[in-house]
Structure formats: structure tokens, C-alpha cells
Design a protein around this ligand. Structure first.
Ligand SMILES: NC(=O)c1ccc[n+]([C@@H]2O[C@H](COP(=O)([O-])OP(=O)(O)OC[C@H]3O[C@@H](n4cnc5c(N)ncnc54)[C@H](O)[C@@H]3O)[C@@H](O)[C@H]2O)c1
Length: 382
């Protein structure tokens, strides 16, 4: 199938990601079928799309006519078979539970046209495992959007063990056609690019608080005085501590127990303090974005520590063949968050020797093997 042959996109799940992905598809001119398990969920997704398109119209990004046209191109369904019977491309955005995804893919395989590609928006789960339930594993691929899908540019295009090149290329081209920045992930590997590279930062942020080396506000104030728009702990609250917690559990199970959620994070989850979404997390969000007292900045905290562990993790992706080039990693890290520079661009400025030495020290100081510098980092010149 060629990009021009894609006319209709079906989206499974009308939640936070599903409704956003459906909107992105509408904005790119596609017909969309949105499916969820109950009418009220699809209604809610459709309402959110309507509100978001109205907002884009008020900002003069789209015309009234275009908005109306798009709202006329989306249909909602509870029945999966009806939703996908004419779909050329299906994007699944159902809960991050393997059994749910397998159930959905099994049904999709039965009901979607033979030529249709079946993509999953999973943040962490194995594409190979999801594909194994279908009779078309060569047409199953990861298409990982970031939240909010309408705003964030990165789409990780993930190759399962059996995904063929045609499917990879088509998914890549579709993401580009949707005005996104696609980055190829050549191997189905835990956390893919963006979440994997963020994982060791959480180990460090965990240790600082668990061992009472620093308070979150002291680190956030320090990073903000250095020009970061949002402190790293504030960002965890913003993303949702439950999401951070579950993702670190998943990584820990598959990579090493060092990536497990820190004690203080477990306590927040137990208390139901999940961050911005519940009004309380590491900070109080009940009156809006927390005000960080910049006078509390911890000057001794070396901001390059966070960069060092991320660059080191990024070199692991190169060594493991998950990503082909350092430029792809920089592209992913810039467009998946709102960073001005990618890890390798920063590393070239700071110096690989300095970062490798710091990783060595951090590994010793905190007793964390995951911080040990890789051979690639030690060699530098990436
Ligand atoms: N939220 C994020 O920041 C984020 C970012 C990137 C990727 N993801 C991934 O996107 C997926 C969805 O996450 P979300 O945050 O949108 O979750 P969500 O809970 O907001 O939405 C999931 C939706 O799927 C529906 N659903 C459940 N079973 C279904 C089925 N069998 N068929 C169709 N719909 C079904 C639910 O009713 C719900 O409306 C997950 O795999 C998640 O890991 C999430």
C-alpha cells in the first residue's frame, strides 16, 4: 500500500491519546472512525476534538469551513467491526495493558481489510508480542505519539521482529504527512527512545530525595535558574506520577531493578497524590502551576549530572542497534519534549570525556551500575 492509498484511519480508544490522534488525522485530511467500548467514551472523545478544533479556529490556525469539514469526516463507533471495515490504517490507543491490546489486535486482524496496517500507540509494550496474536505481523507496527498528540511533534515508528520495510516506510510517511517528526526505532526495545533515555534521570531524581541529599524544590529552583522552563520534579507532576510510576516498574522488570520507582514515589502513589491531575503531587497544584522559590536553588547540584546519565543511556541505544544514528536520538529528544538541544548536541559542547568521568563517579558514589559509562561514551567523538 502507498501513502496515497490511505483514505480512512480508524482509531481504537477515544481517551487522552485516542481523541488527540483522531484529531491529528482529521487535520491531515483523513476520514476517521473513532471507536471506544461505550457510547459515552466516544461521545466524550468527540466533544474534546470539537473543542480543540474550535480553539484552533479561534487562534486562526484553521478556518470555520475547515473545522466544519473535519467534524463531518469523523464517525464514532462502539462496534469494532463497523469501525474498521473500510479502514486502511488502524491506530490503537487503548489502556496500557497487554491483554487488552492483544484482545483488540485479535479482533482487528479479523475485521480490518487485509491490506490495512495495524499500529499501536503503546508507550512501552512489545510490538512483537502484540503482533504475535495476529496473522499479519508484518503489517503490525508501533506508532508512538506524545501527549498532547496535537501539539507534540515526535512520533516513534517502532519495528517489531516481523514488521516489514513497507510497513515501516508507510508509517513513517504517514506520520510526516500528519505534520509530525517521525523517528525510526529499529528494534523493539523497552521504552523505545524517549522514555528509555529519561529512565536513568528518574533513578537520579529518586536517589536525591530518598537519601535526603536534596529537596525537589532545591533542584527545580537550580534548574530553573539555569534556564530550564520547568524543573525536573515539576515535570514529573505535570506528566502524572502514576504514569511515571508504571513506566518505571515496566522498565525495571525488563532492564534492571535499579530502574524501579523510588520510595518517595511509591508513597505518593499510595497517598493518591498523582500530580497536576489530582491537584497534589510533589507540589500543590490546587491553585495552578506551583511557584518555585528560586532562592532555594541548590548551587552544589551539578546540572550536567542529568545530562551525563541521559547521554550515557543514549549511547546504549546506539550500541544495541535500537536507533541508527545519534542525530535521530537528538531529533527524538528535542521533539518528544520541548528541549532546545538533544543529548549528543549537549555532549559535544560539554565534552564526552567530562561526561564519561562524571558517569563513573556517579556510578561509584551512588552504587548504580546503570550509570557506568559505556565504551561508546568513553570513546567519545559521537
Ligand atoms: N497519556 C500519555 O501521556 C500517553 C502518551 C503516549 C502514549 N500513550 C499510550 O496510549 C495508550 C492510551 O493511553 P491514554 O492515556 O489515551 O489512556 P486513556 O485511559 O485516556 O484512554 C484509553 C481509552 O481506551 C478505551 N478502551 C478500553 N478498552 C478498549 C477497547 N477494547 N477498544 C477500544 N477502546 C478501549 C477506554 O475506554 C479509554 O477511553 C496507552 O497505550 C498509553 O501507554 C499514552
Amino acid at each position: 500500500m502507498k501513502l496515497e492509498d490511505i483514505k480512512k484511519i480508524a482509531v481504537m480508544g477515544a481517551g487522552d491519546m485516542g481523541h488527540g490522534i483522531a484529531e491529528v488525522a482529521l487535520l491531515a485530511g483523513y476520514k476517521v472512525a473513532l471507536r471506544d467500548v461505550e457510547q459515552r467514551f466516544v461521545d466524550n472523545g468527540l466533544r474534546r476534538i470539537g473543542e480543540s478544533l474550535a480553539r484552533l479556529m479561534r487562534k486562526k490556525r484553521i478556518s470555520e469551513e475547515a473545522r466544519k469539514g473535519m467534524m463531518g469526516k469523523i464517525e464514532t463507533f462502539v462496534d469494532l467491526g463497523e469501525a474498521v471495515n473500510e479502514a486502511d490504517f488502524v491506530i490503537e490507543a487503548t489502556p496500557e495493558v497487554m491483554d487488552v491490546k492483544k484482545g483488540v489486535f485479535q479482533e482487528l486482524d479479523k475485521s480490518a481489510p487485509e491490506h490495512a496496517v495495524l499500529a499501536s500507540n503503546t508507550s512501552s509494550m512489545s510490538i512483537t508480542e502484540i503482533a504475535s496474536i495476529t496473522r499479519r505481523p508484518e503489517k503490525v507496527v508501533g506508532m508512538h505519539f506524545f501527549n498532547p498528540a496535537v501539539v507534540m511533534k515526535l512520533v516513534e515508528v517502532i519495528k517489531g521482529d516481523k514488521t516489514n520495510e513497507e510497513t515501516m516506510q508507510l508509517t513513517h510517511d504517514l506520520a510526516a504527512r500528519m505534520n509530525k517528526v517521525p523517528v525510526r526505532v529499529e528494534k523493539d526495545s523497552v521504552g523505545f527512545i524517549y522514555n528509555r533515555i529519561g529512565a536513568p534521570s528518574l533513578i537520579l531524581l529518586g536517589i536525591l530525595v530518598d537519601r535526603r541529599i536534596a529537596a525537589p524544590e532545591e533542584i527545580d529552583a537550580r534548574m530553573k535558574t539555569l534556564g530550564m522552563p520547568m524543573g525536573p520534579y515539576e515535570l514529573l507532576d505535570y506528566v502524572g506520577l502514576d504514569i511515571v510510576y508504571h513506566s518505571s516498574l515496566y522498565v525495571a522488570e525488563r532492564l534492571s531493578s535499579e530502574y524501579a520507582p523510588p520510595q518517595w514515589l511509591r508513597e505518593k502513589i499510595e497517598a493518591g497524590d498523582l500530580g497536576k491531575k489530582t491537584g497534589k503531587g510533589i507540589y500543590d497544584w490546587s491553585k495552578g502551576r506551583p511557584v518555585i522559590d528560586l532562592s532555594r536553588a541548590r548551587e552544589e547540584f551539578d546540572a550536567t549530572d542529568l545530562i551525563a546519565v541521559q547521554v550515557n543511556e543514549a549511547t546504549k541505544l546506539l550500541e544495541e542497534g535500537v536507533v541508527k544514528s545519534p542525530d535521530d536520538i537528538d531529533k527524538a529528544m528535542i521533539h518528544g519534549g520541548r528541549a532546545a538541544f538533544g543529548p549528543f548536541q549537549l555532549a559535544r559542547g560539554i565534552g564526552y570525556d567530562k561526561l564519561a568521568a562524571r558517569c563513573e563517579e556517579l556510578a561509584k558514589e551512588y552504587g548504580v551500575a546503570a550509570f557506568k559509562p559505556t565504551e561508546t561514551l568513553k570513546k567519545g567523538n559521537i
